[in-house]
Design a protein around this ligand. Structure first.
Ligand code: G6P
Ligand code: MG
Length: 213
């Protein structure tokens, strides 16, 4: 029986994944190689600097630490510019209804995101105060697939990891949730996302009834 729910942000609550992709793709274009949506799957859930390292690896490019800092900052500037117009209309379908349902059933929920921009995004879409706890890229030291982000979320909600349900659209996030000992719902295509306990295409398919099985 689920006692708490942990949500990833990008690609689960809000469709920022497309903005991340665009910003990385622009950077790759400038560096002279093609970066595809398929490549982008590897960056989902992964921290900013780890993402850059994967990107440079795909392009077969070596950069100094200093240059990497510069490139990561440049990507982030563009990403922030893209998301700064975002409002509640960009919350993904079914999310608000499901959050309300959780509240009606007294099931607490937290955010578990690798993004340092998570607080800004939540404020813009009007959900900053909705979450009982927020664990994000500013508070964790080990990125997904390390379970730290979700274990901290469970701790902040004072629930055992085994009674938490995680919603994730990234392979690294599904692995993090499973390592944390949680029940993981993959949001997306089961052929792309491996190892989740259940799959939905969007939050519209989710309900407390389904969670309780
Ligand atoms: C999320 C996204 C990743 C992103 C990471 C860091 O996990 O899925 O694509 O790279 O957050 O985001 P940030 O906003 O800190 O650059
Ligand atoms: Mg995500």
């Amino acid at each position: 029986k689920p006692q708490a729910v942990l949500f990833d942000l990008d690609g689960v609550i809000v469709d920022t994944a497309k903005h991340h992709f665009k910003a990385w793709k622009d950077l790759a274009d400038e560096l002279g190689f093609t970066f595809t949506e398929n490549d982008n799957e590897r960056l989902k859930g992964v921290s900013r600097m780890d993402s850059l390292n994967i990107l440079l690896n795909i392009g077969n490019i070596n950069k100094s630490d200093e240059e990497k800092e510069y490139l990561a900052a440049k990507k982030n500037e563009r990403y922030v510019a893209a998301i700064s117009q975002m409002d509640e209309s960009e919350i993904l379908p079914g999310v608000v209804r499901f959050l309300n349902e959780l509240e009606e059933n007294n099931i607490p929920y937290a955010l578990g995101s690798a993004s340092k921009n998570a607080p800004k995004i939540l404020k813009q879409i009007g959900l900053f105060d909705a979450f009982n706890a927020i664990v994000d890229g500013n508070t964790i030291s080990k990125a997904k697939p390390d379970p730290e982000v979700f274990l901290k979320g469970a701790e902040e909600l004072s629930v055992h990891p085994e009674s938490c349900v995680v919603f994730e659209d990234a392979q690294s996030g599904i692995e993090a949730g499973k390592k944390a000992g949680m029940y993981v719902v993959g949001v997306g295509d089961p052929d792309v996302l491996k190892g989740a306990d259940d799959y939905i295409k969007s939050m519209e398919e989710m309900s407390v009834k389904r969670l309780k099985g």
